[in-house]
Design a protein around this ligand. Structure first.
Ligand SMILES: Nc1nc2c(ncn2[C@@H]2O[C@H](COP(=O)(O)OP(=O)(O)O)[C@@H](O)[C@H]2O)c(=O)[nH]1
Ligand SMILES: [Mg+2]
Length: 291
């Protein structure tokens, strides 16, 4: 896939500075990744940036990924010493589950201070690349309390701590990081997920590549969704098959490839084609089962 050259937006640099400025105030970092592509959506700077923080890796949008693959990823991360869990930010349990994970992750830290007579307030940052569900999760966890807390000194102007429990506070703005674009396959996964702006990539090429990928990963679901697309459709004619399946034909009998491309990307991103995980944990770790 051709690499977008200058997509990196200025607000990312600003967000990065915000993050570095506030870092010393933060005890726990909730790293959000997209469960369908946890590696591509994991920022390479996390490890260095958050090396002294308690971290929880939240595999969000797990409702759109393959459930068995989610479990294998969690087992894989556990083996590497990373506390990971699958969540659904848009779901009913998001708040309770996230609070439980944070409390568990910070329990030791809190206990140590308690022994010294200090009642620790744990401060939490939700961080991740664009589109992984940070704002959705913050809104769920902070709820209606968001608007009620005031600014506190030492925090970048406009940023607020929201009290979640008596001893848990959440920063109401996400730590925004840019994705890693060094590897073509990972960059393509991010483009499939919509984390890289569509305008900077050729939509029809992207949708064609997604169809090729889905035909390998979830052929039956793909054929069921787009009836004129089959195992025999040449790679170069996949988008056309989608257009014909949906009757996207314009004047003169030409197919509307752009409309077909948008439909494919929209439907995949919304989980309407299948629960497809684009990435699998490395094979060596396969024997480890999630508990
Ligand atoms: N299906 C599903 N959609 C989600 C989930 N979390 C977020 N979304 C959707 O993903 C899109 C991006 O979410 P947003 O919170 O704006 O991402 P942010 O850029 O990281 O702040 C929105 O349309 C959300 O509704 C989830 O767990 N499952
Ligand atoms: Mg957001």
């Amino acid at each position: 896939m051709e690499q977008p050259i200058n997509w990196y937006p200025g607000h990312m640099a600003k967000a990065r500075r915000m993050l570095e400025d506030n870092l010393r105030l933060i005890d726990v970092v909730c790293e959000l990744v997209d469960a369908r592509a946890p590696e591509a959506s994991r920022n390479p700077d996390f490890d260095a940036l958050f090396q002294n923080k308690t971290r929880v890796l939240l595999m969000n949008k797990s409702d759109l990924a393959d459930p068995a693959t989610n479990k294998r990823w969690i087992a894989y991360y556990k083996q590497k010493g990373v506390e990971a869990a699958e969540i659904v930010s848009t779901g009913a349990n998001a708040r309770a589950q996230t609070v439980r994970l944070i409390e568990r992750a910070s329990a030791e830290q809190v206990k140590k201070l308690e022994e010294k007579g200090v009642k620790k307030t744990v401060r939490v940052l939700v961080a991740g690349i664009p589109n992984v569900g940070k704002s959705t999760l913050i809104n769920r966890v902070a709820g209606e309390k968001r608007a009620q807390t005031g600014d506190k000194p030492g925090v970048t102007k406009g940023k607020q701590w929201v009290k979640i429990t008596p001893h848990l506070e959440l920063l109401d703005s996400p730590g925004l990081l840019w994705p890693k674009l060094g590897d073509d396959t990972l960059a393509e996964h991010l483009a499939f997920l919509g984390s890289i702006n569509d305008e900077i990539l050729d939509l029809e090429t992207l949708a064609g590549r997604l169809l090729q990928t889905l035909r390998i990963l979830a052929p039956d679901a793909l054929f069921a969704r787009y009836k004129k697309l089959t195992a025999d459709t040449p790679d170069g004619a996949l988008l056309e098959a989608v257009a014909r399946s949906r009757g996207f034909i314009v004047k003169g009998g030409e197919i509307d490839a752009e409309r077909a491309a948008r439909i494919v990307l929209d439907e995949y991103r919304a989980g309407k084609i299948a629960k497809v995980s684009l990435e699998q944990p490395p094979k060596e770790e396969d024997h480890a089962e999630a508990q």
